[in-house]
Design a protein around this ligand. Structure first.
Ligand SMILES: Nc1ncnc2c1ncn2[C@@H]1O[C@H](COP(=O)(O)OP(=O)(O)O)[C@@H](O)[C@H]1O
Ligand SMILES: [Mg+2]
Length: 234
């Protein structure tokens, strides 16, 4: 796949082959403006590709299957769009969309996700406008997780959050991932991070982006080769 700016013709993402396997936890790092968000948004089919295609379980995603793809592959942005009303109103919102007409909002499940993130029973009743940045991101992540996606594409979800909220976000993603393993389902994630320690915690595959060129390191550059480094190279 590749992506070009339709106006300037500049290549934002150079032709890239990338496969996410079941169980993969990928971290993506790279300088600001290098194309990390362009890549994630292209993977999520939020922006049109200018070349190549995306396949889901070996099948090219076409018009007929894009709805299913969008349900399975969730993109979480750094600054989530939060609607007016309560947290619960926000969590109910996706169920009003055509693509989720076959599922119903489950308050107990939403409350249990909130509890996992260390939020009290009153979290669902909070006014969205009164949430801190961290709480807004937690609400946005719960909004996605309750829909049981198979793939999470996380675009610097904890950048500029307080450590406690970042920890809660990591915990929610960990729990989602392990629940996937328990049900032999197909969970996998790509997490864009500025924080090498977080990238290391949340992944075992590491990608880097430089000027629209994606590369994968066979040995993790997150643990630079040092004679006293006890970790084996992978
Ligand atoms: N929709 C778009 N149209 C044109 N240029 C874009 C678009 N989205 C991003 N860009 C440009 O592509 C480059 C990479 O952006 P981005 O993926 O947001 O970087 P980052 O690695 O910080 O996430 C930047 O130069 C940005 O200005
Ligand atoms: Mg970005």
């Amino acid at each position: 796949m590749a992506r070009q700016d339709p106006r300037s013709r500049q290549m934002l993402l150079q032709p890239t082959r990338f496969a996410l396997q079941v169980g993969d936890r990928v971290a993506l790092t790279g300088p600001s403006g290098s194309g990390k968000s362009v890549f994630l948004r292209a993977l999520a089919l939020l922006d049109p590709l200018s070349g190549g295609q995306i396949a889901w379980h070996g099948q090219a995603v076409d018009r007929a299957s894009i709805t299913r793809y969008r349900r399975n592959v969730a993109y979480i942005q750094q600054r989530p769009a939060i609607l007016d009303g309560t947290v619960e109103d926000n969590l109910r919102y996706p169920f009003s969309l055509q693509i989720y007409r076959d599922v119903r909002f489950d308050r107990a499940r939403a409350a249990s996700l909130a509890a996992q993130a260390g939020r009290g029973a009153d979290f669902l009743d909070k006014r969205a406008s009164e949430l801190s940045g961290g709480e807004a991101q937690i609400a946005a992540l719960i909004r996605v997780l309750q829909l049981a996606p198979e793939v999470l594409l996380l675009d610097e979800p904890t950048a500029s959050l307080d450590p406690e909220s970042s920890h809660a976000i990591e915990g929610l993603v960990d729990a989602w991932f392990h629940a996937g393993l328990a049900h032999a389902s197909t969970h996998a994630s790509v997490w864009v991070s500025h924080d090498p320690a977080q990238a290391k915690r949340m992944s075992e595959r590491h990608l880097t982006m430089h000027a629209g060129v994606l590369s994968e390191s066979s040995t993790s550059p997150l643990c630079p080769p040092q004679s006293d480094n006890p970790e084996p190279a992978r």
